[in-house]
Design a protein. Structure first.
Length: 122
């Protein structure tokens, strides 16, 4: 059995990139979130916003994308271990989806704050 533990950094990065690619292939919502992030980055560049806004956007975007990837991983694992519909598996999946929703609401709050900032900017 191949051990994924204690691999060189480059190999661990490769595993992570493969995981991100798998998430992008399998999850429409993750693709939408990445497109939204690209649009926000364009806006940050276009409006030449302060580094603090870059940091806030980066943190909130990372939270959403991370939550979505954890949700995807958990769903794949749950479906593999228990393919039949089960109330406890459903609860696990619902809680993971709720985590994505909470992170997305936080990112939406950042977007609203950014929009207000831009409207009041002189």
């Amino acid at each position: 059995m191949h051990s994924y533990k204690n691999q060189p950094f480059a190999m661990r990065c490769r595993f992570a990139i493969q995981g991100l690619a798998a998430g992008l292939r399998s999850e429409h919502s993750l693709r939408y979130q990445m497109v939204a992030l690209a649009c926000v980055v364009v806006a940050l560049i276009r409006f030449r916003l302060e580094p603090l806004w870059w940091a806030i956007v980066a943190l909130s975007s990372a939270a959403v994308i991370s939550a979505e990837l954890f949700n995807t991983a958990l769903e794949f694992l749950a479906d593999h271990l228990h393919p039949q519909i089960h109330p406890q598996i459903r609860l696990v999946k619902d809680c993971a989806a709720a985590a994505v929703l909470v992170a997305a609401c936080g990112a939406l709050a950042v977007a609203v704050a950014l929009a207000i900032h831009l409207l009041h900017r002189t």
